[in-house]
Design a protein around this ligand. Sequence first.
Ligand SMILES: Cc1cc2nc3c(=O)[nH]c(=O)nc-3n(C[C@H](O)[C@H](O)[C@H](O)COP(=O)(O)O)c2cc1C
Length: 185
Amino acid sequence: MDISLEAALTGRRSVRAFAAESPPREMVAEALRLAEFAPNAGNRQQIWRVVCADSATLARVGRTQTVLRAKFNAGKPLVVTEAELAIAASAFYDAPVAVALFAPSRFHFAAADAYVYAQTLCLSAFGLGLASCIVGGVGDAVGADNGRKWRVPEGYAPQCYVLLGAQRGPLPAVHPRKYPPVVWA
Ligand SMILES: Cc1cc2nc3c(=O)[nH]c(=O)nc-3n(C[C@H](O)[C@H](O)[C@H](O)COP(=O)(O)O)c2cc1C
């Protein structure tokens, strides 16, 4: 990885179109290892990470996530039916890999820790030549069956996901910066 920090910060984009092939396992492992240097609350380093490259599981969790997000936005109970799943688009687009990030649900900084790790992972992935996108978590799209398979510790809940893969098509354009001005007090 010989990319300048400025090039990484300004060059990383959220990519939503991926090539079908999974990135090499060693590359994903290295991106995950580098992201372990993310700041984290109380230095607990407790984010539980699951790399999923199974297309059927990705489709189900991604579709569930889409339905949960729509329900949340509509102020409806976070209950998902098979009929709703059948017609939902996946929140994971066509990514070959999603990293699910879990944290203890009764920890005040659970979401903060997971998103800081997620962003660090996007940057480490970018440095290694991988495209990425954070997908915000709403409710539990993973479900108890996958949770058991993925050895998610008791009391942990999904916080967010990071899609990884090779980008398909051109890199998305840089969004113009529109932050409010900085106040120097
Ligand atoms: C907390 C958070 C949640 C996000 N959730 C989603 C998401 O669910 N789906 C998605 O496509 N992008 C998601 N993104 C990516 C943002 O849309 C993206 O960062 C933003 O549009 C700026 O684009 P850029 O990352 O290419 O600079 C999320 C980003 C953050 C920080």
